[in-house]
Design a binder for this molecule. Structure first.
Ligand code: SF4
Ligand code: SF4
Length: 371
């Protein structure tokens, strides 16, 4: 991680926290910083990605604005997080994708929809694009062949996974030598990730501060809805793939089949989570957040929401003449999602999980004395 103004500012603030230690029970960040007396840029990045942006320490801090010291840990760490996404991006030449991220997401989405639409219209026989295909086997594949869906889907998703893995590797190396990762640390980190423990508050409080000193579990629950909704949609696609590849059962499947139930529940949860988080952005206190990522955050939430909503619309119109158009638009959103995945706010889930794993490896280390 390069020494930048944001890193220096964050370092100064966490050094104040390391002397104060009032917030040590709030989240994983404070116990982790108490293991250190000096903070390299990599340490600052590690702590920044460990922070879940719950804002508890901002409203609790006696030195936060309007105090002259202006301590604002959530914003200072969010600024470093934003820079770390650029720094760790793979391949490095694509790091600029994080600048003007909202524009990039919108552009890739529009191009992906147009591409899939043109492709599917070209594949359909003339005059057949809007023909109703009432639940006949292989109805979807008469619009876009299965092989085309599989090749494009696997290539774009495989690339996204590779780029995310390389980014996580860059983060891990930058944070310096680590304790060895054992099964217990893996289990603890997995639990923290799956339960979003650090959005649950600490020291007898429940949840995050959305826009005031009041606590709420909204952010945690909406994140859960988004994450598990996404995972259920992924599970639905995977089950469909196995049905077709190993049993020869071609889509579309019955409303009560496993892939359709998983996809429907996942789509509804994903819609609720993304729209809810977007609504929270409209009411949040602007002081403890970094505004530079806002456009990219909103664009990604909209992309996720539209991926879910268009999937539900496709389910509703699949036996009508609107199915080919609905499918082309839905697949366009999915393609865009896979393409921007490693260059969007989605990376925060990967780096935060890696930071939680690192924190779990440090769990038996004793804090150094305060200053
Ligand atoms: S955020 Fe403020 S109150 Fe909390 S540890 Fe830091 S300086 Fe102390
Ligand atoms: S904002 Fe929340 S998660 Fe981040 S350092 Fe403060 S208390 Fe911890």
């Amino acid at each position: 991680m390069q020494e930048t103004e944001a890193v220096e500012r964050a370092r100064h603030e966490i050094e104040v926290c390391n002397a104060c230690r009032y917030c040590e029970g709030f989240c994983a960040v404070f116990p982790a910083l108490e293991l250190r007396r000096e903070f390299s840029a990599g340490d600052v990045s590690y702590l920044a990605n460990l922070c879940h942006g719950c804002r508890g320490c901002y409203y609790a801090c006696q030195y936060s604005p309007p105090h002259e010291w202006g301590i604002n840990i959530p914003r200072a760490l969010a600024e470093v997080r934003a820079e770390s996404y650029v720094e760790y991006a793979w391949p490095p030449g694509f790091a600029r994708a994080f600048e003007r991220n909202g524009t990039l997401v919108s552009l890739v989405t529009a191009l992906s929809i147009a591409l899939v639409l043109i492709l599917s219209m070209a594949i359909s026989a003339p005059g057949q694009f809007f023909k109703a295909r009432p639940m006949e086997a292989d109805a979807f594949y008469s619009v876009i062949p299965l092989w085309a869906m599989q090749v494009v889907g696997l290539a774009s998703f495989g690339y996204a996974l590779l780029a995310l893995w390389m980014g996580a590797r860059n983060f891990w190396k930058d944070a310096g030598p680590a304790e060895s990762v054992g099964v217990v640390a893996l289990g603890i980190a997995l639990w923290d990730v799956l339960t979003l423990k650090n959005l649950g508050g600490g020291q007898g409080v429940d949840g995050c501060n959305d826009n005031s000193e009041r606590f709420s579990m909204r952010r945690r629950y909406l994140h859960h809805a988004m994450f598990y909704g996404f995972m259920l949609c992924f599970a639905a696609t995977t089950v469909g793939f196995f049905y077709h590849s190993f049993f020869g059962w071609a889509a579309p499947y019955a409303y009560l089949s496993v892939p359709v139930v998983l996809g429907t529940v996942g789509g509804v949860l994903l819609t609720i989570g993304t729209i809810g988080l977007f609504a929270m952005k409209l009411i949040e206190d602007p002081m403890p957040v970094a505004r530079r990522m806002l456009a990219g955050d909103v664009a990604l939430l909209m992309l996720l929401a539209m991926s879910a909503i268009t999937g539900l619309v496709l389910l509703a119109v699949r036996a009508t003449g609107a199915m080919p158009l609905a499918m082309a638009i839905h697949l366009g959103f999915i393609l865009a999602l896979f393409l921007v995945l490693p260059y969007s706010k989605m990376v925060h889930g990967v780096y935060r999980s890696a930071a939680l794993l690192r924190r779990a490896t440090e769990r038996n280390m004793k804090p150094l004395g305060g200053e």
